[in-house]
Write a protein that binds this ligand. Structure first.
Ligand code: COA
Length: 152
């Protein structure tokens, strides 16, 4: 897999991958609609942040986005196209993301994870530091809050 910076004109493709990946966990469609804004990647977002895609046979199979603020960054997006989930794409993207962050003088990366993805992040070396509460459809939803120290 080749990892390269995303282009602003790829916004629609990345938005589709984010939606498809989120659906992988079997959430009801109205929840997906509720999260639509969070799952939408704009051209401006790509231009203004560190957004990288993983490409395999000329197809984008996953991407990540880091939003940097000083020595801290937020891993705001980490999505793998469903056909490639569990094939090592996420691991390669994650390692690349941490190298990108370190290269940008970021020492700590924060992640508010989907509960289903927490195991992945922990496997990648992230540490749980708390949780973020939200509510959807009258149901309480607790999201793990994680951090990773980069080698910067
Ligand atoms: C979470 C996600 C990014 C992981 O990427 P992936 O390509 O499926 O993961 P990989 O195949 O690279 O797995 C890397 C390692 O993490 C483990 N792992 C992967 N997903 C896991 C999970 N959900 N829970 C626990 N461990 C997991 C793998 O077993 C593997 O371990 P190994 O190195 O011992 O073999 C991907 O599954 C995805 O996009 N999921 C749907 C959307 C989502 O929730 N994204 C995160 C939003 S916060």
């Amino acid at each position: 897999m080749k990892i390269r910076p995303s282009l602003p004109e790829e916004a629609a493709v990345l938005t589709q991958i984010a939606h498809d990946a989120k659906r992988h966990w079997g959430y009801p469609e109205n929840w997906i609609q509720h999260w639509q804004e969070d799952l939408t990647i704009s051209s401006d977002f790509i231009s203004n942040n560190l957004v990288y895609v993983g490409e395999h046979e000329n197809m984008i199979v996953g991407f990540y986005a880091l939003v940097v603020g000083g020595q801290q960054a937020e891993l705001e997006h980490m999505w793998v196209a469903p056909a490639y989930i569990g094939t090592g794409v996420g691991k390669e993207l994650f390692i690349h993301a941490m190298q990108t962050a370190a290269g940008d003088d970021v020492s700590q990366v924060g992640i508010t994870a989907d509960p289903n993805a927490e195991g992945f992040y922990k496997r990648m070396g992230a540490r749980r530091i708390g949780e973020v509460s939200s509510e959807i459809d009258g149901q309480k939803r607790v999201l793990p809050r994680l951090t990773v120290e980069t080698s910067s």
